[in-house]
Design a protein around this ligand. Sequence first.
Ligand code: PBG
Length: 333
Amino acid sequence: MAPIVPPFPMARLRRMRGHAGLRALARENTLSVDDLIWPVFLREGDSLVEPVASMPGVNRLSLDRVVGAAAEAADLGIPAICLFPYTDPAHKTAGCEEAWNPENLTNRAIRAIRDQRIEIAVMTDIALDPYNIHGHDGIVVDGQIINDASVAALVKMALAQAEAGADILGPSDMMDGRIGAMRAALEEAGHKNVAILSYAAKYASAFYGPFRDAVGASGALKGDKKTYQMDPANSDEALRCVARDLGEGADMVMVKPGMPYLDICRRVKDTFGAPTYAYQVSGEYAMIKAAAANGWIDGEKAMWESLLAFKRAGCDGILTYFAPDVARGLKAG
Ligand code: PBG
C-alpha cells in the first residue's frame, strides 16, 4: 500500500506533531511491561549483590537475592526473568558435566523461584560456555567445536532445567539440530508444555563482551565463535535459521544482538509471523550507560528510544537489562 500524500500545503506532516495529544493519537508503536524479559546473573553465596563492572546497574545475585529480584519483577508486572549463572572455575570441565547437574546454580535458582510460587515465567540459557574450560558453547575436541556431541549435552541440560521447573528454554548455542533434539526429548520425558525460545539468528558479535565478563567466560574463551554464530554480513541466512528452528519445534525465535540487527527483526517478523524477540545485549546496554555516565547522551531517553525501536521493527518483546527500570518508569507513568 503506497502512502497517499497530497502536495504541500494540503499535506503538512508537522500538523500531527504540533501537540502532545495529536502525537499520542498518531503514535504507531508503544512499549509495555508485557514486552520485557529480564536477564539476571546468578552467583553462589548468601545475601550477595555483586556489581558487574562493565554493566553499571547490573549485579550478580546470590540465590536468596534472585528470589527477591524475581518477586520484585513479578510485582512490577514483568512477564519473564532469564537466568545466567556465573560459574566457579572449579566447576568447569572439558565435558561440561556441570551443565546438567540438577543441583547447579541455575537449577537451584529455578526451584527456589518456583518454591516461592512467584508469578513470573522462568527462562533459562542453554549453552555450554559457563561450564566449559574452553569457554565455548559446544564441546571442544582438538580445537574443533563438535556439533552432534554438543547437541547430546545440550539435550541433557535442557531436560535438567525442565525438570527443575523452567517455563521457557533458551538455546543460545547455535549448534545444528538442537531444537529438534530438545523438543523430542522434552516430549518423551513428559515436559510437553515447556516452551522453547530459540536464539535462532545469533550473530558472532563484539557486543557480547560485558556479558562474558559477567558470567566469567571471557578468561576461558580462546579464539572466537565464528564457526557456529552467524556472520554479521548475512541476512538471508537468518531466515533459513529461523525457518529451520520453527520447523523443529521452537515456539518463539530471537534475533541477537538487537539494535545493530533491526533489519533482521523486521524480515523475520514479516516472513514468519511467529513470536519474535530481540536481545538488547550487554554491549548495547554498556554503550548507553557509558555515554550517559560521560554526559554525552541522556541515558534515560536513550533507553526508551532504543527499546521502542524493537517494537517498530516488529518484535513482540525484548530481553533487556533495563527491564526493571522500564517497568518502574511505566508504572510511575
Ligand atoms: C552464551 C550467551 C551469550 C549471551 C547470551 N548467552 C554470549 C556469547 O554467545 O558469547 C550474550 C548476552 C549479552 O551479551 O548480553 N551462549
